[in-house]
Ligand binder design. Sequence first.
Ligand SMILES: Nc1nc2c(ncn2[C@@H]2O[C@H](COP(=O)(O)OP(=O)(O)OP(=O)(O)O)[C@@H](O)[C@H]2O)c(=O)[nH]1
Ligand SMILES: [Mg+2]
Length: 316
Amino acid sequence: MIKVTLVAPTPQEAYKLAYQKYRNNFKLLSAKQIYNEKKREISCEIVVAMSKKNFLNFDTIKEDIQTLFLQKGLTEEAFNTIVKSLDSAVLGNKEELVTAILQKIDTSLCIQDENITDTRVKIFVGPTGVGKTTTIAKLASRYSSMMGKKERIALINLDSFKVGAFEQLAHFAKLLHLQHFPISTLQEFEEVYNSLINYDMILIDTTGISPYDTKKLIKTVEYLGVDKRKNIEVNLVLSTTVKYEDIQAIHETFSFLNINTIILSKFDETKYFGTIISYLLTHSLPLSYFTIGQNFPEDIRVANKEYILEQFIGEF
Ligand SMILES: Nc1nc2c(ncn2[C@@H]2O[C@H](COP(=O)(O)OP(=O)(O)OP(=O)(O)O)[C@@H](O)[C@H]2O)c(=O)[nH]1
Ligand SMILES: [Mg+2]
C-alpha cells in the first residue's frame, strides 16, 4: 500500500482533493487539524492509502494524457474540467481516458443548425481583419442561391471607419446583384433598417474592433439598440489562428453584444484547434460556419462537429 498525505483548508476540501486525484480507489486512514504558526492558519491534513498499482497508474496516466492534450493546444483549465467530469473507471487506462475525453469534447461542442427562415437579420462582429466582410459576401451568395429569386436580401455596412470598407462590400453586392447600404450615422441606420422591414434577409457588416477599443464597441452597441425587438442575431467571427490569451480578451469585449453564434474563419491557416476547442468548452457558444479560404464564394462550410474533431485529433 502507498500512503499519500494531502492538506487543504477544511476536511471536506481535503477529501475532495483525494477524490479528484484518486476517485474511489483510496481508503481514508486518518484526518487531523494542523496549525501553521507562521501563517496563523488552521488546515486539515488527511492520509489516504491505495495500492501501488493504482497510485502509479492514476498519476502517470493522467500526466501523460494531459501532456498530449496540452501539446494539441487544449488549456490546462479545459483539460482538468473535462477530466473531473469523467467516470473514475476510465482513469486507469490510457486508451479509455483519451476516448472518454474526446467523447466529452464531442458532446460538449454545440452546432447551430442553419436557419434562413427564422433569422432574418444577422450582424457580424469581431476583431479587425478576421474575415467579417468576406464571410458576409460568401453567405450572401449562399443565401441567394438557397432562397428563391423573389426573396429579397440586403447588405448594410456600418463600417465607416476603415478607408475602402464601403467599396469592399459594395463590390460583392454588385457581383451578387444585391442592394447595399453604406451607413455613417445612427439616424441613417434607423431609417434604412426600418425601410427594410419586408426583406427576407439582412446581413450587417461592422468595423473591426480591437479588444481594448471601447469607443467602437459602444458605437456598435448603439446600432444594435435600434432594433427594439431584439431580432438581430449577433455572429462573432473568430480566426482559428487566435491565441488563447487574446480570445479571453476578445470574449470579454464582445460579450457586451450578447453573442448568439460563432463563425470560425481561416480554418485553412492552422492545424491546431485546441485553443478554439478550449474556448468553446468554456463558454458553451454554438458554432454556425467555418470559412476555409480566401476564395469567394465557395470557401465557406456549415459548421460540422466531426470536421473540427478530425482536425483536432490529427495523429492521436
Ligand atoms: N486564409 C484565409 N483568409 C481569409 C479567410 N477569410 C477571409 N480571409 C482573408 O482575410 C483578409 C481580411 O478579410 P476581411 O473580410 O476584409 O476581414 P474583416 O474582418 O472584414 O476586416 P476589417 O473590416 O478590416 O476588420 C482578406 O485578405 C481575406 O481574403 C479564410 O477563411 N481563410
Ligand atoms: Mg471588413
